[in-house]
Structure formats: C-alpha cells, structure tokens
Design a protein around this ligand. Structure first.
Ligand code: FMN
Ligand code: SF4
Ligand code: SF4
Length: 253
C-alpha cells in the first residue's frame, strides 16, 4: 500500500493531525507550499489543512485543482478549525468532483483557533484542545486505515458568502503587517512562509502581496516583531506544542 498525506499548516495543528494519520497508514507526509513535490500512483491520498473563513486556504484549492490523480485512490480530507469548518470539506469535494473524483471520507477537528487578528488565545484552553485534537486524530487515523466512507456536507449559501470575504482580501492581507524595531533579521518568517511572500531587504522582511493570510510569520517570529494593524500587540502567539519551526520550515528553500 502506498499513501500520501498532503498538508498545509501555519501553526502546526494540521501538521500534527497529518502526522498522526500518516503514521497509522504508513504514508508520506508532504507539505503544500509554493514548491510542493507531487507524488503519483498513490492508493491513499489525504489532505489536511486549516479552515479559513469556512473554506479552503487558496493554496490548497489551487493545489488540488492542479493535482493529477491517477487511478482510483481512496481520498480523505481533514480540516482543523477553532469553532466551525462550514464548507471547508464540501469545497474540496466539489473540486474533486469536477476532476471526476470525490472525497470518500472527511472530518473536522476542533482545536486551538489561531486567528489572533480577531481574538485572543486563552492559555488555559490550549492543553485541553490539544489533547482533544490528539484523540480525534487517532480516531480518524483508525477510520482511514479501514478506508471508511462518510457523507461530505454540501457547501451552504452562508459558507459561500463568508468565504468570499477571504477571497477578496487574502493576497493583500499582508498590507496590514508592520515590523517593529525588535526584528533581528533572523529570517524565520521568510523560511516559514508557504507562499514565498517574504524577502529580507536590508535585514528586514518585506511582503510581496501574494499572501495566504495564514499568520505563520506572525506566530513564529521569536521576537513578536510582526504585528497586524493594531490588533495583535500584546497578544500571545501560538504553535502546536509538538510541532517545531523545523517541522514547518519550507523544504528546499
Ligand atoms: C485567516 C484565518 C481564517 C480562519 N477562519 C476560521 C473559520 O472560518 N472557522 C474556524 O473555526 N477557524 C478559523 N480559523 C482558525 C484555524 O482554522 C485553526 O486555528 C486551525 O487549526 C489552524 O491550523 P494550523 O495550525 O495547521 O495552521 C482561521 C484562521 C485564520 C488564520
Ligand atoms: S522572524 Fe521576526 S525577528 Fe526574524 S526576520 Fe522575521 S520579523 Fe524579524
Ligand atoms: S506572509 Fe505570513 S501570513 Fe502571508 S502567507 Fe506568508 S507566512 Fe502566511
């Protein structure tokens, strides 16, 4: 049996779930980024990604649209989210249906919500949510190993409308970032950006306006030197406790 689990992840929630599932089914874990390596002739293909505005990160949608899926593999998807995943599974299924394929199994994992431009992360809740994610990821891994099937919810009108808000602003959302004088020019933000949206000029990050709005740069900056407008100052940054910068760093950069 050969399998691949493709993941997109900013703060590690989705990568953690992808790893748990891949271990169980003995599959490769492959990062979706601007330079993703595509693997062909797989019997099992999985996609694990965060919910953005009740839909898919744009890079995941484009990746799946362009993926050449040969034969008739078992296909599953898992989306991690803070509260509700809306149409994030249904949207992926719709893309696959247009390619003559479909999702056989899809699940949502509720875990730590990382969009600190909108709210604060409660430190007290992290441990509990991470434990829950681990339990749910193991249950999903079991289901995937048995090639279980379930019904994928259709994308509703409200999900579609909410997702339009993301589509309207994601690429330019980096215009809201500013870099404080605490920046040391370490390059971590550049190396963690799956969209290749950051270059260091004179030792400081500059954004190229091809952003995914994932917030990886903001959460992983060791100096908290990346702020979004005036909404993230003084707020705790987050990453999954079992996922490191080296796990998420863009490969072959
Ligand atoms: C731009 C953005 C939009 C988000 N939209 C949603 C959403 O619609 N619903 C939700 O429950 N969580 C939402 N979240 C929270 C993430 O889906 C959640 O924290 C996810 O587990 C992060 O995964 P990661 O650690 O793999 O990046 C959003 C986060 C970001 C950054
Ligand atoms: S990660 Fe932070 S400190 Fe390092 S270059 Fe980027 S903004 Fe500067
Ligand atoms: S610039 Fe930051 S928010 Fe935008 S895609 Fe890169 S890491 Fe994500």
């Amino acid at each position: 049996m050969s399998g691949v689990v493709y993941y997109f992840s900013a703060t590690g929630n989705s990568l953690y779930a992808a790893k748990v599932i891949a271990k169980k089914i003995n599959a490769e874990v492959v990062q979706i980024s601007y330079n993703t390596e595509k693997l062909y002739n797989q019997n099992i293909i999985g996609f694990v990604y965060p919910t953005f505005y009740w839909g898919l990160p744009e890079m995941v949608a484009t990746f799946v649209k362009n993926l050449n899926i040969k034969g008739n593999p078992y296909i599953f998807a898992v989306t991690t989210c803070g509260l509700s995943s809306g149409g994030a599974l249904g949207q992926l299924n719709d893309i696959l249906i247009k390619k003559g394929k479909c999702l056989h199994f899809g699940e949502t994992i509720r875990t730590v919500a990382n969009n600190i431009t909108k709210y604060r992360i409660k430190q007290k809740s992290i441990q509990k949510l991470v434990r829950y994610e681990n339990k749910k990821a193991n249950e999903i891994a079991q289901a995937v190993a048995q090639k279980q099937k379930n019904k994928i919810p259709k994308v509703g009108i409200i999900s579609r409308a909410f997702y339009q808000l993301y589509l309207k602003q994601y690429a330019n959302s980096d215009r809201g970032f500013h870099i404080t004088s605490d920046c040391t020019g370490c390059g971590i933000c550049q190396n963690i950006c799956s969209a290749d949206n950051i270059v260091l000029k004179n030792g400081k990050p500059v954004f190229k306006h091809q952003c995914q709005n994932c917030l990886a740069c903001l959460h992983w900056c060791p100096k908290n030197a990346i702020q979004w407008k005036n909404t993230t100052v003084g707020k705790q940054r987050y990453h999954h406790p079992n996922i490191s910068y080296h796990d998420l760093k863009i490969k072959n950069k």
